[in-house]
Ligand binder design. Structure first.
Ligand code: GLU
Length: 425
């Protein structure tokens, strides 16, 4: 395999980082005395770019490009996932790290924001190659991470297996087991019950809280899910468990539609057998981009950034959009959706369930005392509902979108911490 050229040296297009900056500009007029400090949100604290050379199975050596970004640590250690995807860029990891700062503050977790990424298509590597990549990446970023410094977790393209390798590599390098260095681990090595479904569960809780506000019953509601990975599949299952009707689902292989409802458990069995939703016999195939415009009550974008844009936002016929993915909606699309009266529960609130249970995992690892799944789900629900309620109030009082309301709450917390700590040295 040929090593990719370094992506961050090329191109000046508007990437996810510029979208984040625009979101910050929109909140600045509402920050009162903290508005003068807003520049702190517009600059990542530190960025590490690493070269990851690994032996491929054929004996050759391939180089991959890796990142770890600490966006802000005013409220605590950096926290955020690691993405493996062929399109990872520095702009993307910077934006993802900033969205973690906002997300963690929005739900009140004692963390700053960080994110990592490797520019690789993990489907093209063997398990052995992936293990060597993960271990080398972990070693390269080893001096930045630690249970009280920066705690990685899964994101697109990574999961429990990669987290176990990261935990082991870091632990071997420092000579003792440090299970709290990453979250999203398998339960057998210090992971938390409920972590696997936590993001999808949180999406459901946030979406249901929004539905209550507009008096939309979940039972019988039409649900459309874009992306059928960890987040989308859990959200689909939990909506289905609550008697909603999941009518369309897409993933990288295609999209399927059935007006009578798709059983996400059955679809998961098909995906396990065939590798994707394409060819699912109990639903009709539709073009993947069309999934976003299927009329529905709840639309859950749970794939990648930049999916809902000014080109398709006006065609969306959903009453509530609950963002499972990070950054699925551009600011221009936000404006169109606001005008059309669509309730957008933003990523930095809707998908905070994952990092919330990551926080529980980290706390449990520190104490070596583990909670029951029921307790975890209960605490998750409480945190998500309280955060939603506080943000809904701001949205009503200031007459701003839920995204801007979330940024008002979160940015105020981050900048208050910054102001209290002051500058040193
Ligand atoms: N990658 C997830 C997110 O974007 C989870 C991060 C974490 O658990 O630290 O929120």
């Amino acid at each position: 395999m040929k090593s990719e050229p370094l992506s961050f040296l090329s191109g000046t297009h508007v990437g996810p980082w510029e979208i984040y900056l625009e979101q910050v500009d929109r909140v600045t007029p509402y920050l009162g005395k903290y508005a003068v400090l807003v520049e702190h949100l517009k600059r990542p604290k530190r960025i590490l770019v690493v070269d990851i050379p690994i032996h491929l199975d054929d004996g050759s050596v391939a180089h991959f490009e890796g990142y770890r970004v600490h966006h802000n640590t005013a409220r605590g250690p950096a926290k955020g996932g690691v993405r493996y995807h062929q399109d990872v860029t520095m702009s993307e990891v910077m934006a993802l790290s900033a969205w973690m700062t906002i997300k963690n503050a929005a739900v009140g977790l004692p963390y700053g924001g960080g994110k990592g990424g490797v520019r690789v298509d993990p489907r093209k590597l063997s398990p052995g190659e992936l293990e060597r990549l993960t271990r080398r990446y972990t070693s390269e970023i080893g001096f930045l991470i630690g249970p009280d410094k920066d705690i990685p977790a899964p994101d697109v393209g990574t999961g429990e297996r990669e987290m176990a390798w990261m935990m082991d590599t870091y632990s071997m390098n420092i000579g003792r087991t440090a299970s709290g260095v990453v979250t999203g681990k398998p339960v057998a090595v210090g992971g938390s019950l409920g972590r696997r479904d936590a993001t999808g569960r949180g999406v459901f809780v946030a979406a249901a809280a929004a539905a209550e506000k507009i008096k939309l019953p979940v039972e019988g509601a039409r649900v459309v899910v874009q992306g059928f990975g960890n987040v989308g599949s859990a959200a689909a299952r939990i909506f289905h468990d609550h008697k909603a009707r999941v009518v369309a689902i897409s993933d990288v292989t295609g999209a399927v539609l059935n007006e009578a409802g798709i059983d996400p458990y059955d679809l998961l069995a098909h995906v396990a057998a065939t590798g994707g939703v394409r060819g699912y016999p109990k639903a009709a195939a539709i073009p993947a981009p069309d999934v976003l415009t299927v009329p529905c009550d709840f639309l859950v974008p749970a794939a990648l950034e930049g999916q809902i844009t000014k080109d398709n936002a006006w065609k969306i016929e959903a009453r509530i959009i609950a963002e499972g993915a990070n950054g699925p909606t551009t600011p221009a699309a936000d404006d169109i959706l606001l005008e059309r009266g669509t309730v957008v529960v933003p990523d930095v609130l809707a998908n905070a369930g994952g990092v919330t249970v990551s926080y529980f995992e980290w706390v449990q690892d520190f104490n070596s005392f583990f909670w029951s799944e029921a307790e975890i789900n209960q605490r998750l629900e409480r945190i998500m509902k309280n955060a939603f309620e506080a943000i809904w109030q701001v949205h009503q009082e200031k007459k701003v979108s839920l995204r801007t309301a979330t940024y008002i709450v979160a940015a105020t917390r981050v900048l208050e911490a910054r102001a209290l700590r002051g500058l040193y040295p």
